[in-house]
Design a protein around this ligand. Structure first.
Ligand code: FAD
Ligand code: NAD
Length: 475
């Protein structure tokens, strides 16, 4: 096997594997090194996203939502079902099958594109060399014209509640429970806390979420955040804001968590505790002495807007560099770098990266929040359309939430779109496309949307920007 490549990618997650495939499509010789091992010890490409993040969490979100709807909504549809019970082992097996088919799929894609997969650890050495240590312990020194670092991220540990892998777990642990914990504690009401808190709540856990900040979903548009909090509390997710965790001790098969909030010292006892307070860049064993690649004060690999590290031929993409820790952000960076290496034009528009939280109702946004637009001083107008007025949402028994569009007062450019409601994660794609092409709200107003669809909510929100909504009262 050749030891010289045009491109070596270290990391085979959603940032690294697309970089490898696009580089191969660009007729370059490529190797992709990945060290991931699943809990049963089997190596797999796909990184956090496919093995322990996006895909398994969405599988459980889908299954748990179906279970919940079978209990709470079938009767409204006139479906009488009795004896609906949970087979968690089957649910987990389905999730594992989906994950396996997706991770095996990467190997098939590599084969078709001509990427050499190398399973084991990669270390960047000075002079565009890479040391590869295979899982069987054998070591080779590889050389490349370009090296793309895509080593991803790892969960942040809370000093006052360190992971023990059994009672105090990270998000991966919380995806693998083999029984529904009667009482579940979640530290951090961020994306993971809300998604995984929802999964286990729907399956029967009493869930308490402790969030340090006084505001809920501080990164989101606050009109949307308020609506979301109302729905989650109705679902009996016990979200406690301004809660600073001071300690967690395991005894007698339970975890006692102490925290302080506005009322003083508090405590809860839970069967499992998930700590999801964010993730940190992962670069352990990635860089040998003397490579010249620099980390910033938070441990991210320093890069410019084109993901160049500053060392000629060394690039870095995905969660290990600045920007939102999202699979699609990493993918676009990986593809951009592979095209830049091949001398093609490429760029990532960081202003139009959508965010989605896969709760029920779903939450999605792109662009600026109303708070950010207000702070910028640019005069603006907003249009809101409630799903309560959507025939399709009603037919789906999902008439909750709204679509909101913020547009500039002067030239009507769309500055932000915020959706909470059914299939918000799918609906946001139209807004991303609109913003990518600097569309105005009038452009959306003049675009025909099929009836009856959920996408009409985006159309009507655009009309509401100019108080011309047809299917809801303009305020
Ligand atoms: P990773 O996916 O972490 O992949 C890095 C890979 O590099 C890993 O396989 C690692 O083993 C390997 N590696 C690291 N160092 C080396 C080395 N030195 N040698 C060899 N291999 C190495 N994002 C979304 O956009 N949508 C979602 O719905 C979503 N859901 C999520 C749910 C959960 C529970 C979690 C934890 C995350 C979720 N994310 C989601 C975030 C998403 O998983 C990450 O943004 C994404 O995986 C980052 O991709 P990456 O390729 O940069 O890193
Ligand atoms: P996050 O940044 O989304 O949320 C962390 C939350 O924990 C924040 O609300 C923060 O204020 C809170 N927090 C921090 N320290 C705390 C403390 N000591 N006590 C209590 N609360 C504390 O992080 P996450 O939920 O861990 O997710 C990690 C990353 O994974 C995110 O960057 C996210 O983008 C990505 N992810 C994305 C998706 C998705 O796209 N649907 C799903 C899951 C994860």
């Amino acid at each position: 096997m050749a030891d010289n490549f045009d491109v070596i990618v270290i990391g085979g997650g959603p940032a690294g594997y697309p970089a490898a495939i696009r580089a191969a499509q660009n007729k370059l010789s490529v190797a992709c090194i990945d060290e991931w091992k699943n809990l049963d010890g089997t190596p797999a490409f796909g990184g956090t996203c496919l093995n322990a993040g996006c895909i398994p969490s969405k599988a459980l979100l889908e299954s748990s939502e179906l279970f919940h709807r079978a209990h709470s909504e079938f009767a409204a549809h006139g479906i009488q079902a009795s004896g609906i019970t949970l087979d968690l082992a089957a649910m987990q097996k389905r999730k594992a099958t989906i994950v396996k088919s997706m991770t095996n799929g990467i190997l098939a894609l590599f084969k078709a594109a001509g990427v050499t997969p190398l399973q084991g650890h990669g270390t960047l050495l000075p002079g565009k060399k890479v040391q590869f240590k295979a899982h069987d312990g054998t070591t080779r020194e590889l050389t490349a014209k370009h090296v793309v670092l895509a080593s991803g991220s790892a969960p942040i540990e809370l000093r006052s509640a360190p992971f023990d892998g059994k009672f105090i777990v990270d998000s991966w642990g919380a995806l693998e429970f083999d029984a529904v914990p009667p009482r579940l504690g979640v530290i951090g009401a961020g994306v993971i806390g809300l998604e995984l808190g929802s999964v286990w709540r729907r399956l029967g856990s009493q869930v308490v979420v402790l969030e340090a900040l006084p505001d809920f979903l501080a990164i989101a548009d606050q009109q949307l955040a308020k609506e979301a909090l109302r729905h989650f509390r109705k679902q009996e997710l016990d979200i406690r804001l301004g809660a600073k965790v001071t300690g967690a001790t395991v005894s007698g098969g339970a975890v006692n968590v102490t925290y302080t909030d506005a009322k003083g010292e508090q405590s809860i006892t839970v069967d499992k505790l998930v700590v999801c307070i964010g993730r940190r860049p992962y670069t352990t064993g990635l860089l040998a002495e003397g490579t010249g690649v620099q980390l910033d004060e938070r441990g991210f690999i320093k890069v410019d807007h084109e993901c160049r590290t500053g060392v000629e031929g060394i690039w870095a993409v995905g969660d290990c560099v600045r920007g939102p820790m999202l699979a699609h952000k990493g993918k676009e960076e990986g593809v951009m770098v592979a095209d830049l290496i091949a001398g093609r034009f490429a760029e990532v528009n960081y202003k139009t990266i959508p965010s989605v939280i896969y709760t029920a109702p779903e939450i999605a946004w792109v662009g600026q929040t109303e708070e950010q637009v207000k702070a910028s001083g640019r005069p603006y107008k907003t249009g809101v359309f409630p799903f309560l007025a959507s025939g399709r949402a009603k037919a789906m028994e999902a008439a909750q939430g709204f679509a909101k569009i913020i547009a500039a007062q002067d030239d009507d450019e769309i500055l932000g779109v915020h959706i909470i409601g059914p299939m918000a994660g799918e609906l946001i794609a139209e807004a991303v496309l609109a913003m990518e092409y600097s569309a105005s709200s009038e452009d959306l107003q003049r675009t025909i949307h099929a009836h009856p669809t959920l996408s009409e909510a985006v159309h009507e929100a655009a009309l509401a920007v100019d108080k011309r909504a047809i299917d809801s009262i303009n305020r």
